[in-house]
Design a protein around this ligand. Structure first.
Ligand code: SF4
Length: 344
């Protein structure tokens, strides 16, 4: 950003405590300003969504959002926490801003009720926290209050980790069953312990399998009761430096075991700011150039990765090998995942 002269002022880190002064009198500040953050999201005023540009498209529910495949529109995107405390080496947010106190449960529900009254009726919610399923005390309060105080327990998308789903399975299950958490985003990333260790994911294959079995079981119950089963939004990475073909086969086997799933697959991207990204850039192995930081999932991003193999893998060419050892239900699932390369 420093090299781009169009940026008049750059605020590094969180900026809640200085943003108004900065905008009112930018010349009183140096070009690079160290941000000062709020201690808690409880200090944030409610966002005025009418400040967002109105695309004036037919049927666009501005200032809410149209449905994007996760739940019915109009959609309200919110966050209840900022910055994930884990340190997976491919992820970079904690290196830019520290995390902060979570938004109180009642404030979150009040905001949704206000949006429903003012611009609704709301169809569904996206809780776009990097990590929703953390802090059991907050989650317990959400479990008690959301179904009771929200105008309607709108279905929502939110993220979890497989190790914490395994650590607090009752809480996880209750949230899925009782709060309409029906699209559960989980960064499974890999079906190989070796690769999960490379990524510092701090989750194991056993954690991943536990969470898959639990959600499959919940889905079967929903189905028996004639209800729509909750779905995994399964984040999967391939083309990770150090990954072998057998590791990649294990990842596809893991994916095939998920019964109700929307796969979100990407080839690993060495972003600056992340520990592994910095390492690969320093070693001259990144193929991502400065003017080329985008989120196309299937680009070749790291030198030395056998991308033709991965393209064949997602085209289902190794299905026979992958199906070995899988249940007949998992075997019957298509091994073609090219259309699921959805983000990087
Ligand atoms: S990948 Fe997910 S769990 Fe890991 S640090 Fe990023 S947001 Fe947190």
């Amino acid at each position: 950003m420093m090299e781009i002269e169009e940026f008049d002022r750059i605020c590094q880190g969180p900026g809640e405590k200085i943003i108004v002064d900065l905008v009112e009198d930018p010349l009183a500040f140096p070009r690079l300003v160290m941000g000062v953050g709020a201690k808690s999201m409880a200090e944030w005023p409610m966002m005025d969504r009418t400040l967002w540009p109105d695309p004036n498209l037919p049927g666009f529910p501005w200032p809410l959002e149209p449905e994007c495949g996760w739940g019915p529109g109009p959609v309200a995107t919110i966050i209840t926490s900022r910055v994930c405390p884990w340190q997976c080496v491919f992820c970079n947010e904690a290196s830019y801003i520290p995390n902060m106190g979570r938004k109180p449960v009642e404030m979150v529900i009040e905001e949704l009720n206000y949006l429903d009254d003012t611009y609704g009726p709301l169809g569904s919610v996206v809780i776009h926290d990097s990590m929703f399923f953390q802090q059991p005390t907050w989650l317990q309060e959400w479990l008690e209050k959301y179904p009771r105080l929200a105008h309607r327990p709108w279905p929502y998308w939110a993220a979890a980790r497989s190790d914490t789903a395994r650590q607090w399975p009752d809480l996880f299950e209750a949230l899925v069953r009782e709060t309409n958490w029906n699209t559960i985003s989980i960064g499974f990333e890999s079906g190989s312990d070796r690769v999960l260790r490379i990524l510092n994911k701090e989750c194991t294959v056993e954690d991943n399998n536990f969470t898959i079995d639990l959600l499959n079981k919940i889905g079967e119950d929903f189905q028996r009761q004639g209800e729509q089963p909750p779905k995994f939004w399964a984040n999967i990475m391939l083309g990770i430096p150090g990954e072998t073909r057998e590791d990649a086969f294990d990842t596809i086997r893991m994916l095939k075991r998920m019964r109700w799933v929307m796969p979100s697959i990407a080839y690993y991207a060495p972003y600056p700011g992340s520990a592994l990204g910095y390492q690969l850039i320093a070693e001259g192995k990144s193929l991502m150039s400065k003017d080329n930081y985008h989120r196309y999932p299937n680009d070749e991003k790291v030198k030395g990765i056998d991308y033709p193999f991965y393209n064949d893998l997602l085209a289902g060419k190794y299905d026979h090998e992958i199906n070995r050892g899988l249940s007949s239900h998992a075997q019957s699932k298509s091994g073609v995942y090219q259309d699921d390369l959805v983000k990087a």
